[in-house]
Design a protein around this ligand. Structure first.
Ligand code: NAD
Length: 792
């Protein structure tokens, strides 16, 4: 036999990783686990139990306790009691614990890798070489944030006890993404792992005990969605961090709407994998293997939509099929397997159904031809070609090893197809033309762009999505802010500014002609669609004028105008700054006019009114200054490459203005949004709307492009709700009553808007620490990480 023939017939021998240590650990625990509450293991006799299985064999691994109401209360209480002491530790003291956790995981890394593989069905190659190393790196990295917390985040402090809920696809890795920043920042934690994969979280709790982590700082509650739901609704938790499906994310957003819980949502995805004709096609094919067959495609950011340039589509499909044929699917503990098992029969059925639907809708199917193991839940690597962009398999997250392929002709078409998704988690771009890729990256509405690579993660680079993929970032500098709050935040508003309402509309005397201030939409003063106006009274009760009563149609027009003004974002930050300075100049020229308007409407004296106008001018200067200074970061993750963390605008933002400090309050909200490149639909304070309508005359003379600022006066609760429901509004800020804040959160789940509200509290608009600066620039932006490998 010739050597070439030997190569052709050579097959892999089994290369099994021993499960012995993991089996031993299960035995030590009699394959039965309790809950980890206040540093102790608890197995209440009355509690229900459930089982966890090995997806590769279908065999039971262990019996797990289901946390009910009493256990949820005890765990939250333990976290609440532990919080003050934990938060009072120095950064260095907390850093030592995080460092010790990293060391312990490192020491037990093989056990973690094997156990994860057994509980989840993913290959040992992935748990050993990707998941566990990333977990260790995460704890080391965050030991660093704990150490430097006081100097790096001097204006911030921990939030309190937090609830964290994670899915089954990366049980240990997502645990670390949640727990490490929370503990580093000084919070305490109640974590609920997914019901399919609780084991590594329980081992992690055991490991934490070895480090002497104080009781109550970490609590682990196992259980189904219902246990998670109890955490979400628990009044003593100050934040919920959730990773899971968009469907459950929506429920959680609604359930937390009437509380002041901070919320981050890491949800589903349908990420595009874009291959240009000038790409290194062999590398791109290898990239695809990592994009969609990594973890059996059960990856939120899986490159599940292949967009390939038409000129190379056939070549790519052929090479891909040849590569797919060589994939190895089988025992996850075999070190030479590419793909393991699907998490559970229910998930396998769902994948099968979606594939069938894809075929019915016209897709052509090509599947791996190997033999799947008899036991366990395996699904063959699958390629769907001829997929229509609007079809189910192009739009729905399949969460399985199924790639849907489409073609494009031009870069613009690629962007259009890539953005034709409700999700916005990640994208891969493959081209040897780096200029083209970097040109594309900002146009993709996603939180992460991988250029000539895919599924890269690092603790230093934030991860998270746009649109229905959720909001908030995990990892890095930006991820730390999700577990911190300003030391000096809003205060309870015992009494909002009392405003006199007109009792009668007296149009005699002052008003001989129509003085109704119009709406301001698309750079033009327009009459409200309703044809109605609302009276505005001065502090002395006399009629000051009338404002337009905006309605749904006016908001629609305003959002459309704001959408068209996206060129604002493309201006250089320097140009935006110049326009902001011009606004300051024009406001100052008319300062007397604004002072007297404020005096008449609010009853303030001249000195107070002048102070508000002068502070407003200064505030404009601040944001003109920050417009070109709130820049991104360059990360150096452990690869030959860089990750650029870019601060991008949110898009079209709705802003509901406060009644306090009518000019300064409005500007304090509007300016950071503008400085970051957002376009805005602004609802001015109902009683002081005339200040806003005076202000659009300043905008008109300051070169602000049409549509960048739109002002619709009317009832804030009504207009805010319309904005919350509008799918072309990407972010919404509300400074108003508790009801206005609650509505914004509750009705914003259609497109998962980024919401910030004052929670019915008051801000001191004259205090630059809480009402001005980078915190607001951060709120007005979202971070996109662009990964760029270098070298040959
Ligand atoms: P899931 O939403 O069904 O469950 C996730 C977690 O939420 C589980 O722990 C579950 O018990 C819990 N849960 C379920 N209902 C709940 C409720 N009403 N209240 C509170 N908690 C509840 O998701 P899954 O099937 O476990 O995971 C797959 C999903 O997770 C996919 O959509 C995937 O894209 C997403 N995911 C996102 C990311 C990301 O970073 N964006 C990462 C991994 C997975």
């Amino acid at each position: 036999m010739q050597v070439t023939e030997i190569y052709k017939t050579l097959d892999y021998s089994p290369a099994p990783e021993s499960p012995e240590q993991a089996i031993e650990w299960l035995k030590e625990n009699k394959s039965s686990f309790g809950l980890f509450i206040n540093g102790k293991w608890l197995k209440p006799k009355s509690a229900a139990v459930f089982k966890t299985f090995n997806p590769a064999s279908g065999k039971k691994l262990a019996t797990i306790t289901e946390a009910g109401k009493a256990e949820v209360n005890s765990a939250v209480n333990a976290a609440k009691q532990a919080f003050p002491k934990w938060n009072a530790l120095t950064g260095h003291e907390r850093a030592r614990y995080l460092y010790a956790i990293a060391r312990q995981i490192q020491k037990h890394s093989r056990l973690f890798a094997v156990l994860e593989s057994m509980d989840n069905g993913k290959t040992i190659r992935e748990t050993r070489d990707i998941d566990v190393p990333l977990v260790i790196r995460h704890f080391y990295h965050h030991a660093g944030w704990a150490q430097t917390l006081e100097s790096e985040f001097p204006e911030h402090t921990a939030i309190g006890p937090v609830g964290q809920i994670i899915p089954w696809n990366f049980p240990l890795m997502l645990l670390s993404w949640k727990i490490a920043p929370a503990l580093a920042a000084g919070n305490t934690v109640v974590l609920k792992p997914a019901e399919f994969t609780p084991l590594t979280a329980l081992l992690f709790a055991e490991i934490c005990s070895l480090t002497g982590l104080p009781p109550g700082v970490l609590n682990v509650l196992t259980g189904p969605g219902n246990t998670g739901s109890m955490l979400v609704k628990h009044p003593d938790l100050k934040k919920i961090a959730f990773t899971g499906s968009t469907e459950v994310g929506r429920i959680i957003r609604e359930q937390t709407a009437d509380s002041d819980k901070k919320l981050t949502l890491e949800l589903g995805g349908k990420s595009p994998f874009i291959v240009f004709e000038d790409a290194d096609l062999d590398s791109a094919i290898e990239g695809l293997v990592d994009a969609i067959w990594f973890n059996q495609g059960q990856v939120c950011c899986a490159g599940s939509r292949l967009l390939v340039q038409e000129s190379v589509a056939e070549k790519v499909t052929d090479r891909l099929k040849a590569r797919m044929a060589k994939l190895r699917v089988g025992d996850p503990l075999d070190k030479s397997m590419d793909m393991g098992a699907i998490i559970a029969p229910i998930q396998k059925k769902r994948i099968q159904k979606l594939v069938e639907k894809g075929e019915k809708e016209g897709a052509e199917i090509w599947q791996w031809q190997g033999t799947l193991p008899q036991n366990g839940y395996f699904f063959p690597p699958t390629l769907l070609t001829n997929v229509a962009p609007a079809s189910t398999v192009a739009q729905t997250e399949i969460f399985g090893p199924v790639l849907s392929s489409m073609t494009f002709r031009t870069p613009d078409e690629a962007v259009m197809l890539a953005n034709n998704s409700a999700y916005g988690l990640a994208a891969s771009v493959w081209s040897e033309n780096i200029n083209q890729s970097l040109h594309l990256a900002p146009k993709l509405k996603v939180g992460v762009v991988w250029i000539n690579c895919t599924n890269q993660f690092d603790a230093s680079a934030g991860f998270g999505g746009y649109r229905e993929s959720g909001y908030g970032r995990e990892g890095g500098h930006e991820g730390m802010f999700e577990y911190l709050k300003l030391k000096k935040g809003a205060v309870d508003s015992a009494q909002r500014l009392k405003v006199k309402q007109a009792t009668k509309t007296d149009k005699s005397g002052q008003y001989q002609i129509d003085r109704t201030a119009k709406l301001y939409i698309g750079g033009k003063q327009t009459r409200p669609d309703s044809g109605y106006s609302l009276p505005v009274v001065n502090a002395d009760g006399s009629l000051a004028g009338e404002i337009g009563h905006g309605n749904r149609k006016d908001i629609r027009n305003a959002v459309e105008a704001a959408n068209k003004a996206s060129g604002w974002h493309s201006l250089t930050p320097h140009s935006r700054a110049q326009i902001l300075y011009f606004i300051a100049e024009n406001l100052e020229t008319r300062s007397e006019e604004f002072e007297s308007r404020i005096m008449r409407l609010t009853g303030l004296n001249k000195k107070q009114a002048a102070q508000e106008v002068q502070t407003s001018v200064s505030r404009i200067f601040t944001y003109a200054a920050l417009a070109d200074k709130h820049e991104g970061l360059v990360h150096q993750p452990p690869m030959r490459g860089l990750a650029l963390a870019l601060n991008e605008p949110i898009g079209v933002m709705g802003i509901i203005c406060p009644d306090e400090a009518p000019l300064l309050g409005l500007l304090s909200l509007l300016l950071p949004a503008l400085a970051m490149g957002n376009s805005v639909v602004l609802i001015p304070s109902r009683p002081f709307a005339l200040v806003a309508t005076d202000f659009y005359q300043v905008l008109e003379t300051s070169d602000v492009p049409p549509g960048v600022v739109n002002i619709v006066s009317g009832n804030a609760l009504e207009l805010g709700t319309i904005l919350a429901k509008h799918d072309d509004v990407a972010g919404l800020w509300v400074v108003g009553t508790m009801d206005e804040c609650k509505n914004a959160k509750k009705f914003s789940t259609g497109n998962m808007k980024i919401i910030w509200t004052c929670e019915g509290k008051e801000l001191d608009w004259f205090d630059s620490q809480q009402s001005e600066g980078r915190e607001w620039m951060r709120r007005a932006s979202q971070v996109k990480n662009v990964w760029i490998p270098y070298g040959e």
